[in-house]
Structures are given as structure tokens and as C-alpha cells.
Design a protein around this ligand. Sequence first.
Ligand SMILES: Cc1ncc(COP(=O)(O)O)c(C=O)c1O
Length: 403
Amino acid sequence: MPISTSIAAMMQNSSFIRKMFEEGSKLKMLHGVDAVCDFSIGNPDMTPPQEFQAALMEEAGRQEPRIHGYMPNAGYPYVRKNVADFASSEQGVELTAQNLLMTCGAGGALNVALRAIVNPGDEVLASAPCFVEYGFYCGNYGAELKLVPSTDTFDLNPKVFAEAVTEKTAAVIINSPHNPTGRIYPSETLAELAEVLDEASRRIGRRIYLLSDEPYRKIAYDGIEVPSVMAVYPHSLVATSYSKDLSVPGERIGYLAVSPGADDAEQLIGALTLCNRILGYVNAPGLMQRTVARLQGVSVDVGVYQAKRDKLRAILDDAGFEYAEPQGTFYFWVKSPVDDELAVVDALKKELILTVPGRGFSGPGWFRISYCVDDAVIERSAEGFKTVRKQFPSQPNPPLERT
Ligand SMILES: Cc1ncc(COP(=O)(O)O)c(C=O)c1O
């Protein structure tokens, strides 16, 4: 075989999101773009804020020696300072340029962090359902992602994390606001998790790092503030990006921040900087670094996403679907009326509505609707959701398995 056997196996099980995205492209060719309601991928539809365009044009216009040259692997020092100042206000701890490195999106930040922290054979814990790429990212460095169940309301369950820790546990990944459930973890839950991790780190004689994946931090609704992990657990790393809040996922710009109180923080930051280089990123895109440095605190109008959520909620209510109410992100996590959510996803596809089956996120029995789409697409989907809901009378609720 010309390619790695592990990659060949992964290609067989390639992500459901990508599969639906590709099927969507075929359906659009067949029926026309306007006929298909494509809720498959979290690709923000909003135009980036005007401030982004203005800053980008100014930065792109600079003509100076080495303006497009190499830089320190962690990023331009002044950019890191600007970003650290704003991140300090979000996280409620004092971060400096030394605590922070610019990355190729949140995905790049997670890869850099995992490369620096894990040894082959280590385990990384996360709560299911979760973002499908975590398993692949851990596998990149020979670590295994171990999933633990969330609560009935898709909150973190610190007790099950306590039970899942072994001598091999290197890190825990959490994500809030959460893809796919839209949940925002309350500070009490984070504090409980912090206690569990402190206790477990003592028990196994190894510091367990908390890796908080936060690309949706600014997309929170109804005035909810996303609590800080750094404020409750000093051994935290925050991985994030501007992909969703500035609507620029193709530009690959984000950052990784290390809590100043983390065990071995200085050595860790040195390791992260090296990993940014040797994973081949070298540094985050320079033009984008200089652009976002001028846009701290700027984001798309989150009210627009909240209005889309409300529009879709009315449609799902009318059709009779149950769901987890999104507190942030732009995803609706909807309960399949029958155990096999693939049947429902397929029936929706026949109505030209594309969603993603929950098993793609290790959350079978549910499916995800990504509503970062035009209002007209949401409105057009109403009849299709109703038609499909009628085809699947609900099964009686099974006994609850989660605690
Ligand atoms: C939970 C989560 N983490 C990380 C990412 C990757 O973000 P980025 O495009 O900034 O790498 C995504 C993208 O959809 C995501 O949903």
C-alpha cells in the first residue's frame, strides 16, 4: 500500500461532517443550490466585520523590508502582547506575551499542545459527545482519546472524569461553548473538575493539564458569560481562534495561552514554541497576526446567530422535535425520535435537508444542525422537518443511562 495503514483506516472512517458536506455538493448540482438546506458544516456565513476588512487592507498595503519575513516561532511579540492583554480580561488572570503563542487556528493550537504534552501510549480524556477531530489529533502523537459520558443535560460530569483517570492520563480536553451541544459549562462545574484533576494529579504523581478548546467563546447567547478555566485551575491551556467570531476560518489564525500558574509553565511554553516550528507550521500567518492584533474585542454580531437560533427553535418546536437548547455556538443538538438517528438523517436528506448524525460526534441517537446559514435556508427547511417528524412516531423514552 502506498500510504500509511493508519491513515488508510482513517480515510475509511472519514468524518460524517465531511461526508454530508460532499453529499450536499452532489445534491446541489442535481437540484440547484437554492433547493438544498445544507446544515452540515460549521462554516460561518456572516461577512467578517468591517473592521477586519479595514485592518487587513492597511496591513496588506505595508511595504517594508521583511514585512512578510520569518519571525519568532511563537509570533510577533507585539501581537502576542495585544492578544494577551485582551485574553487577560476574558480569562480573569494576568497573561503576558510570554504566556501566549499565535497558532494556525484552534486546530493548530490543539495539535501543538498535544505534541508538547503527551507521550506515545498516554491517554487524553474528553466528554462525549465531542468534536470529532480530537481523536485524530491525539492519534497524531500516539496518544489515545478516552471518552467519558456527559450528564443528561450535556454538562461535564467531574465524577466520571475522576474514575477514568489512570497513570497514563496526560490531559483533559473540554470545549465550551460546546460543539455539537451548544452547552456552556457553569463555573461551579469547572471548579469541581479542577478539584478532581488536582486530586487525581496527586494520586498518579503527574500533573494532568486541562486543555480548554474555546473557539466559540464570543458566540454566547442571552447574556451568558463563558466562565474561565484558568481562574479555577492554574494548570490550564486555552486553545482558540478567530475562525468563528470573525468569520475567517480559512485564514487559519488563533492562539494558545498557558495559565501563568501552570506547573513548569516556562518549560511548557518553550516546548509549545518548538512544536509550532517542528510540526511545520513555523509560525501563524503573519498578515493575519498583524490584522487580528488590531481587532481585540471585535466580533461578528452575535445577535444575528441568536436570532437564527430562535427561528430554528420555532421550526423544531412546530415539527415536534426535542433538542438541547443552544446557549452558544451555532449548532442545534436534536434528539432523534428513534434510536437509529441515521434513519432520520437519511429521511431529512430525501427532503433535501442535510444534517450530521450524532454518531459522528460519539453521540448516537441525536443529530446536529449547523445554523450558520442564510435565514432563507432555515425558513425553507420548516416543511421538511415537519414531514420527517411525522414519519417517525417517537419511541417510548428508554431508562436513563447517564448520571
Ligand atoms: C470545537 C472545535 N474546536 C476546534 C475547531 C477548529 O477550529 P479552527 O478552524 O480555528 O482550527 C472547531 C471547528 O469547527 C471546533 O468546532
